[in-house]
Design a protein around this ligand. Structure first.
Ligand code: ZN
Length: 440
């Protein structure tokens, strides 16, 4: 009886797979390809399987292709968020870390990642996650296997912090021994061991809290945490395994020490000076400024360390934006990192990081490229992602209107495709979990 049912269903299943195998042509009003200075009009994008096979005029549409019309829309590469913490599910993230299991964080994180995908974020670099174990690596494995639909993930299981640093829990009595949200390591030996473990369990980036942080309790973003010797040990250990290092750094000297040690990216960079900018431009170090998070947490009492955030909003923001503008002018590569965390944050606001880069001095086109092509370069995935070009993976987003005229348009995502699979479309709603699992 059961076998008869399967045989009966087989033709239907086969036709379903055949339907998915036909080429797809996307016809939008304009295409921002991530490379050119202007949007392209009268341009169609053709996808076969998981890749883009043609970008051209209507004559590029193959016979038998499924045509998806996107009137009034701008089509562009899927957004790349180079700084995120998907498992952080509460604003008061250090306390939230202490109150939830790794499994709970994984479930909330998966939901957050799927919501972020539907908001256009097709690739996310995890910068440590306030989790004792490696739940973000498990999410990544299940997405890669096709068990769940989610963004492409890369990044670090944990952030490495000194004792008393931004990744330590600094508001308990000395008698209390809790497992901190970061990996607390001191000295080159402990750093090397921690890096080896990170890589062993799947991290393909190493994240260092080189200076104090803004949202943690009991440390100062103006102070440098790791010593130059510790930084050199970290970078040499990671690079021996072909794993790049991302350096969280606010303090002026911390930024320079991290750049000198050879990190691939500076995260935040709040107090960067002109010498630091020069060093980054000369070495090709990327800057991931994460500006909008400061605006998001500007007021209210969401954070345990709200006082640091308020001080930044009053005295730091203007200077920081000016410095990001100068860095951009001097040739430092700026990539988009959002840093707003997971389930507690509405994903629609994440694109405001691109809008605020315009305030810092990038053109709208440059800001969009920071969130697409430049991000792919930082991740070393620019051979397959970040632009709308033939041969690239078909990670594509469409928004209503023209973001080059008004960056608010980025908040109106109507269409999302990842690896050739449509997960959101104007008429068709969304597809998330609940796919017919064909584990890869
Ligand atoms: Zn962060």
């Amino acid at each position: 009886m059961q076998r008869r049912h399967v045989l009966f269903l087989l033709p239907a299943l086969l036709s379903c797979w055949q339907a998915a195998a036909e080429p797809v042509a996307l016809v939008a009003d304009r295409v921002i390809d991530g490379v050119g200075n202007k949007a392209r009009i009268n341009t169609v994008v053709v996808i076969d399987g998981e890749r883009i096979i043609a970008v051209g005029d209507r004559s590029a549409i193959p016979a038998g292709a499924k045509v998806i019309q996107l009137p009034g829309q701008t089509l562009m590469p899927g957004f790349i968020n180079c700084h995120e913490h998907p498992l952080m599910y509460g604003d008061d993230y250090q306390n939230a870390h202490l109150q939830a299991s790794s499994a709970y964080k994984a479930l909330m994180g998966l939901a957050a990642l799927q919501r972020q995908l539907l908001a256009g974020w097709t690739t996310i670099r995890v910068m440590g996650d306030a989790d004792v174990y490696y739940a973000n690596q498990d999410i990544r494995k299940t997405i890669d296997k096709g068990v769940f639909i989610g963004p492409r993930l890369t990044g670090a299981g944990h952030y490495l912090s000194i004792t008393g640093g931004g990744g330590d829990v600094n508001y308990f009595s000395p008698e209390q021994r809790v497992i901190a949200d970061g990996l607390v390591v001191d000295g080159p030996e402990e750093i090397r061991k921690a890096i080896r473990e990170e890589i062993k369990y799947g991290s393909d980036w190493i994240k260092l809290l080189v200076t104090g942080a803004y949202q943690s309790v009991g440390d100062d973003p103006r102070n440098v945490a790791f010593s130059p010797e510790e930084l050199q040990a970290a970078v040499s250990e990671a690079n021996r395994h072909n794993v790049p290092v991302a350096a969280h750094a606010h303090a002026t000297e911390g930024i320079k020490q991290a750049v000198a040690a050879g990190v691939r990216s500076i995260e935040h960079g709040t107090f960067i000076d002109d010498e630091g900018i020069k060093m980054m431009a000369a070495k090709g170090t990327f800057l991931v400024p994460t500006i909008y998070i400061g605006d998001y947490y500007k007021e209210g009492d969401k954070l345990r360390a709200q006082d640091k955030q308020d001080e930044y909003a009053t005295h730091g923001r203007g200077k920081f934006l000016a410095a990001v503008g100068r860095a951009h002018k001097q040739g430092v590569k700026i990539a988009v990192g959002v840093d707003l965390g997971g389930y507690m944050t509405p994903p629609v606001v994440f694109v405001r990081e691109m809008a605020v880069l315009v305030e810092a001095g990038l053109t709208p086109m440059e800001a969009i490229q920071a969130g697409t092509r430049v991000g792919a370069e930082l991740l070393r995935w620019d051979d397959r992602l970040g632009t709308v070009q033939s041969g690239k993976l078909a990670d594509l987003v469409a928004v209503t209107g023209n973001p080059l005229d008004d960056m608010k348009a980025l908040e109106h995502v109507t269409f999302v495709m990842i690896g050739g699979r449509v997960v959101k479309s104007p008429g068709g709603g969304t597809t998330l979990a609940g796919i017919l699992a064909q584990p890869r």
